[in-house]
Design a protein around this ligand. Structure first.
Ligand code: TXA
Ligand code: MG
Length: 367
């Protein structure tokens, strides 16, 4: 149901006003929807045990009903409300990793409504490391179901402005605490499998996961964004195209090109697209090396030596592409797939309408 108005409350991200938290708690108690910041992206929160509120989340996001939501808890002490029999070794990992951007897929408690999980008998859970999110969940005293607060298929919101662009008028309250910290969604891991399997890469990269779990973890091709999953996917979200801007976006993969050859190739593609007006989404290094090319607007993500910075600016860049009137098409640089860089590449691959691979010969057709 569209709501008449969306209230926006500005809160200090580190020390949110108690009254704002109380007001948000009241909205959740009444079965309403609250968009709130987490350390990754803004979430669209509802009482996880209120079926009607959860159904409204799917409705306002226009999310397919089989794509399950993440349940947010304020710590391990709240875990038993959503999942019974959590394996000992998983608990040991969560003691270290929570609160933080790690979501684990566990067996769903029969008391938790199955709509939250899109009908699955598993549930994805995390404890967010953001003072506003934690205080809200603690104040509410119960688990909060919260997908990213964007329209289905759009880039996730990293600011309250993004939330309002997509869901203004459709949610009851937005807690605006400025920009989120990581800028990409949490790492989702299926911990019911051995080895644990990454379903969606995020701020906690595979190297760190292996240290946390003390063993190798599996990173399938679909988690790298190299294929769309068909059939019955291990994570329903994998079936859908995601994070996509409205304009076409070409991603130029590095292939086996050297840095110099890659830059030349990227420059060649940008120059050929210049007559259409192209926005190049790139690192500050690449932007500097390419210099000014007429017809090419550059959206700088940050230094490619700091992949956290690149991740943080990614969704604002993808949203910005659609607003740039000078550009009718986007072109994106590829980044190193280590740490949070794997999440950056997964999102870029899912957002792109076409992938080119750098080679010695220029591509024949571009769009
Ligand atoms: O960082 C985040 O995780 C943000 C913030 C708000 O916490 N939330 C978020 O939620 O990204 P959402 O709903 O946009 O993404 C949830 C992802 C989807 O890809 C979904 O398919 C997967 O987690 N997922 C949820 N429950 C699952 C389950 N039971 N089994 C496998 N995958 C699941
Ligand atoms: Mg989402």
């Amino acid at each position: 149901m569209a709501m008449a108005g969306t209230r926006v409350l500005r809160v200090d991200p580190l020390n949110p006003d108690v009254r704002a938290i109380e007001e948000a708690t009241e909205v959740l108690r009444a079965g309403g929807l609250v968009a709130f910041p987490t350390e990754t992206v803004y979430g669209l929160g509802a009482d996880a045990f209120n079926v009607r509120a959860v159904l409204r989340v799917f409705e306002v996001k226009e999310r397919p009903p089989d794509n399950p939501l993440i349940v947010h808890v304020s710590g391990i002490h709240m875990l038993e409300e959503v999942s019974a029999d959590v394996p000992e070794e998983v608990l040991r990992v969560l003691e270290v990793a929570w609160p933080g951007p790690l979501t684990v897929v566990l067996r769903r408690s029969s008391r938790l409504p199955s709509v939250v999980s899109g009908g699955l008998d598993t549930v994805a859970v995390r404890a967010p490391a953001h003072p506003v999110a934690l205080k809200l969940i603690e104040s509410f005293g119960r688990p909060v179901a919260a997908p990213s607060a964007n329209l289905s298929g759009r880039p996730s919101p990293t600011t309250a402005k993004h939330v309002l662009e997509d869901l203004g008028g459709r949610v009851d309250l937005v807690l605006d605490a400025g920009e989120t910290f990581f800028g990409v969604e949490s790492t989702v891991v299926d911990v019911l499998r051995d080895p644990p399997r990454v379903l969606r890469p995020g701020p906690i990269g595979p190297e760190e996961l292996e240290r946390l779990f003390g063993k190798p973890v599996e990173v399938p091709d679909y988690a790298r964004g190299l294929e769309l999953y068909t059939g019955a996917p291990p994570s329903p979200g994998l079936k859908y195209r995601h994070y996509a801007p409205e304009k076409s976006l070409l991603l130029v993969e590095r292939g086996s090109c050297s840095d110099r050859d890659y830059l030349e190739y990227l420059k060649g593609v940008a120059t050929r697209l210049a007559t259409l007006g192209v926005a190049l989404i790139a690192s500050s290094e690449t932007a500097g090396e390419l210099g000014t090319i007429p017809g090419v607007e550059v959206i700088v993500l940050g230094s490619r030596a700091n992949l956290y910075e690149v991740a943080k600016n990614l969704y604002t860049a993808l949203r910005g592409l659609d607003r740039l009137t000078e550009a009718s098409v986007g072109l994106a640089e590829a980044f190193e797939e280590r740490g949070i860089g794997l999440a950056v590449m997964n999102r870029l691959r899912k957002a792109s309408s076409r992938r080119l691979v750098c080679s010695s010969a220029p591509p024949s057709t571009l769009i």
